[in-house]
Design a protein around this ligand. Sequence first.
Ligand code: IVH
Length: 254
Amino acid sequence: SPTQRVGGAALPEFGQVAHAVPMLSLNNAFSAEEAAAFDRRCREGLGKETVDYACEPKFDGLAITLRYENGVFVQGATRGDGFTGEDVTQNLRTVRSILLRLTGPDVPEVLEVRGEVLMLRRDFERLNERQRAGGEKEFANPRNAAAGSLRQLDPKITARRPLRFFAYGVGDIAAVSPAPTFHSEMMERLARWGFPLAAERAVVQGVAGLLGYYDKIGAQRRGLRYDIDGVVYKVNRFADQEILGHVARAPRFA
Ligand code: IVH
């Protein structure tokens, strides 16, 4: 029961959390040409003829990070400015798709899972019906409803809102063995530990793969369970991500 997950009293205010690993922004591409230029920069930077990419929907929710120590959920924070976020641990504890304890022989001692909190479209519709019936203000869209629900000072209110979490990566992480070679492999591991992932993930090759994925998601978009505001392309091999590095606050690899 989500109310069983409510700990302590109402929060007087949110504390600050310094992210162990910054939560970066993404560079945008708004055309096939810009996507091709991204692929070209990756190929040139890596000296490869073809690059493999992990493709994912870009969730239109709120970026958060979940910290687990020895498999126990100890802290959850918003992205904030990417370096410091707000401590929303007590509120996140009420979200049922956020595991409070991870089990398995290969759970790392420290694990930060990055992802988005959002409201599924059908849950948003139902919440607004409830708001209407209760003579309360309706929310403009699922993103606003999710944001308003997460930033409640009283976790009991958050507990009554149908929030979901979807993971898209990791931040701080202690050694895992065997170490994953690919982002897609890390994602499979997160799934095994119990984190929900977008079903619409794919690994593709080269610019044709990127554009094909974009078209496929575009065709599915209206039927998805959640709102998206684009797709995200990530160089799939971690060693290649390291080589490409970052520019300013965004990675060259995504
Ligand atoms: S990866 C190093 N993957 O986009 C790359 N971000 O500017 C870090 N977002 O608010 C981000 N869906 O929460 C990544 N599948 C996805 C995403 C995603 C949504 C958001 C993220 C942040 C923004 C990044």
